[in-house]
Write a new protein. Structure first.
Length: 439
């Protein structure tokens, strides 16, 4: 009994010592370290899961909790990891179902933004320009034809003078334009019969400038070196070099002036690998029309001139008037690319898609000169409009143009991220050398 009691006492002592050691292992310092290690492990695992800490467009625009409209300035793109160079970036996109762009920028059909000069510049850089409709039919047709006939290196619309112009008037024109030589034509317009060429050396040191006419001092056409219409640019440049010419007029067989090549431009000429061209190698151009019955004659004339696309220019695109003219164009000219708009809702977009549009123009009341929201109380925040219309248009293979609210390159990037095929720019381009008018 005594032996058993002693053994039991020893066992109890060992258990007590073990429990004390266990208790010592749970000291505040040790316990805190264990908890800290566990927290670190948990935080690391959680951080791995939460690395994508922004919001997707779906989260922002389609959440049942969100009833807000977003502008471009309400959103910002989060940066990511870069493992490529600028030369690896591809901006290929679509203006319409049948027209692709290397540069997703379109110049707006505003009378302060797009006529032939802007349309040419846009097409050379991989975009496209839309000739505005605030012109007579004939004038708009001429603008389209100047784009279609453009050849890089040729001056297609040189300033011409009449033979009856006085030297005093010529001096004023030189001061205004900044250059000294001008073709002299019968009526002072491009496309009429060439009579000669007047340069600074023809008029230097002459008195009686108010009474002396250009026709009396110009170099007559018979003494000029001319190139015939259809000449290649390389051949024209070689003529200028060989003959030491300042300017080389290009004329038809009938002697009408169609272009001019200038020596000063030889070093400026460059290739444009991104240029937007049709199957014949001509630059592509679009034109705007309205929805009135008379605009059908305008469409016929524009198509005859070679226009590549028509944009129906209306602040409210979902109207019976636009539906009718879109359907008519797609029946009359099945190959013509037609862009409808403007729309800002999915339902509006669906209606125009059902009419047969090849592209949609999105935006209402947010352009630099647009007052639809103020006057009609209609419109939508542009980022929300672009995302929602792009969502439905994409399902039908229809590209959209984000029109309005573009005041910086960052806005263009946001528009593309939200689903636009291209950004339509107006005020961002106004006041440049290529825009109409004088500044």
């Amino acid at each position: 009994m005594a032996v058993a009691a002693a053994a039991a006492s020893i066992a109890v002592g060992q258990v007590a010592r073990t429990d004390k050691r266990k208790d010592r292992s749970r000291s505040p310092r040790g316990q805190a370290k264990s908890e800290s290690d566990a927290k670190i492990t948990h935080d690391v695992n959680k951080a791995e899961v939460d690395l994508l800490d922004g919001h997707s467009a779906e989260d922002i625009f389609r959440s049942s909790q969100n009833r807000s409209g977003y502008t471009y300035d309400d959103l910002i793109c989060l940066p990511g990891h870069i493992a490529f160079g600028v030369h690896d970036v591809c901006l290929d996109s679509r203006f319409s179902k049948g027209i692709t762009l290397k540069t997703p920028i379109v110049s707006s059909p505003m009378d302060t933004v797009t006529e032939h000069k802007m349309a040419i510049a846009m097409a050379l850089q991989g975009g496209i320009g839309v000739i505005h409709t605030n012109l007579t039919v004939d004038a708009q047709v001429r603008e389209v034809m100047q784009v279609k006939k453009f050849k890089n290196g040729f001056i297609m619309d040189p300033i011409c003078v009449k033979p009856t112009m006085s030297l005093l008037e010529l001096d004023e024109l030189r001061q205004k334009c900044g250059f000294m030589g001008f073709p002299v034509t019968e009526d002072g317009k491009m496309g009429s019969k060439l009579l000669g060429l007047v340069t600074q050396r023809d008029t230097d040191f002459l008195d009686s400038r108010a009474s002396t006419q250009v026709g009396a001092v110009m170099e007559k056409v018979g003494d000029l070196v001319l190139a015939e219409e259809g000449v290649e640019l390389a051949a024209a440049n070689q003529i200028i070099r060989d003959k030491k010419l300042g300017k080389l007029p290009v004329v038809t067989k009938g002697g009408r002036l169609v272009a001019l090549v200038a020596r000063a431009d030889l070093n400026k000429q460059a290739d444009f690998p991104l240029a937007t061209k049709d199957k014949n190698g001509s630059l592509m151009v679009a034109a705007a029309i309205g929805t009135r019955p008379a605009d059908r004659d305008r469409v016929r004339a524009l198509v005859a001139a070679g226009v590549d696309a028509i944009i129906v220019d209306s602040s409210q695109g979902d109207s019976t008037f636009q539906h009718d003219i879109i359907r008519w164009m797609k029946v009359e000219f099945p190959e013509l690319q037609v862009v409808g708009g403007n729309v800002v809702t999915r339902q509006q977009a669906k209606h125009l898609i059902e009419c047969g549009v090849d592209g949609l123009r999105v935006g209402m009341g947010i352009g630099s000169i647009c007052t639809t929201q103020e006057v009609c109380a209609c419109g939508r925040a542009q980022a929300s409009a672009v995302y929602n219309v792009a969502k439905v248009a994409r399902a039908y293979g229809i590209p959209i143009l984000a029109d309005g609210g573009i005041s910086s390159p960052g806005h263009i990037v946001k528009a593309l991220c939200l689903g636009a095929g291209a950004a339509m720019c107006g005020s961002l381009l106004a006041g440049t050398e290529e825009t109409p008018g004088e500044y």
